[in-house]
Design a protein around this ligand. Structure first.
Ligand SMILES: Cc1cc2nc3c(=O)[nH]c(=O)nc-3n(C[C@H](O)[C@H](O)[C@H](O)COP(=O)(O)OP(=O)(O)OC[C@H]3O[C@@H](n4cnc5c(N)ncnc54)[C@H](O)[C@@H]3O)c2cc1C
Length: 178
């Protein structure tokens, strides 16, 4: 008899499990794969799946911040059926050290902060899209050469290699109010 199951409880496996009703087997202790978070107390390297009750922990996201289209009411409804959802606003910005200025994130939605780049950036974003193969191609198609040269390419090429042993977290610095 053939038994069908889904290997891996990341977003793909969980979605396939929901759609098919088949069992999902996950190798690690927690589901979510790249799209999951963990907590660490200051000066401790132990990863926790939940925030300790006293709240004294930093939260890290394995794949960095994720956009899961929470602005779409249908997606938000689905997420609410899966887990309690707490909404909060995060203020974030990109710091350009050469010009010493902060631009709210996402950059492409705040081009008024980059007046000298605004016109070419908008023209490039409005161009019809063709096929793409690599992430870099996709970025160039969607954000244009101007924003890629200015921000997207340097930000991706400067991501450091993943450390095997995480060092104790440092105090985060909140971006200033803008
Ligand atoms: C930096 C970064 C930012 C991103 N930002 C976004 C974003 O903003 N929006 C967005 O939509 N996507 C984003 N993505 C992409 C998104 O995270 C991934 O496409 C998605 O999470 C992948 O899910 P997955 O289930 O395919 O794989 P994974 O998340 O890798 O899950 C695979 C799971 O399978 C398990 N597994 C592996 N081998 C076995 C085995 N033999 N048996 C059982 N289990 C096994 C693993 O433990 C893991 O839990 C981002 C990715 C990165 C890296």
């Amino acid at each position: 008899m053939t038994k069908t199951m889904i290997l891996g409880g990341g977003m793909t496996g969980l979605a396939a499990g929901m759609a098919s009703g088949l069992p999902v087997l996950e190798a690690s202790d927690f589901s979510g794969g790249i799209c999951s978070s963990y907590y660490m107390r200051p000066n401790d390297t132990h990863r926790r799946s939940h925030c300790p009750e006293d709240g004294e922990a930093y939260r890290f996201e394995i794949g960095g911040g994720h956009w899961i289209f929470g602005g779409d009411p249908a997606i938000l409804r689905l997420i609410r059926t899966l887990t309690p959802v707490k909404a909060y606003q995060r203020r974030s910005s990109v710091y350009f050290c050469k010009s010493d200025r902060y631009v709210p994130y996402p950059l492409q939605n705040h081009l008024s902060y980059l007046p000298e780049y605004r016109t070419p950036a908008l023209q490039e974003i409005a161009r019809p899209k063709t096929g793409f193969v690599t992430l870099q191609d996709w970025q160039r198609q969607y954000f244009g050469d101007t924003l890629c040269d200015l921000f997207f390419d340097p930000s991706i090429s400067s991501i450091p290699p993943v450390c095997k042993t995480p060092s104790p977290p440092r105090m985060p610095t909140n971006p200033p109010s803008i």
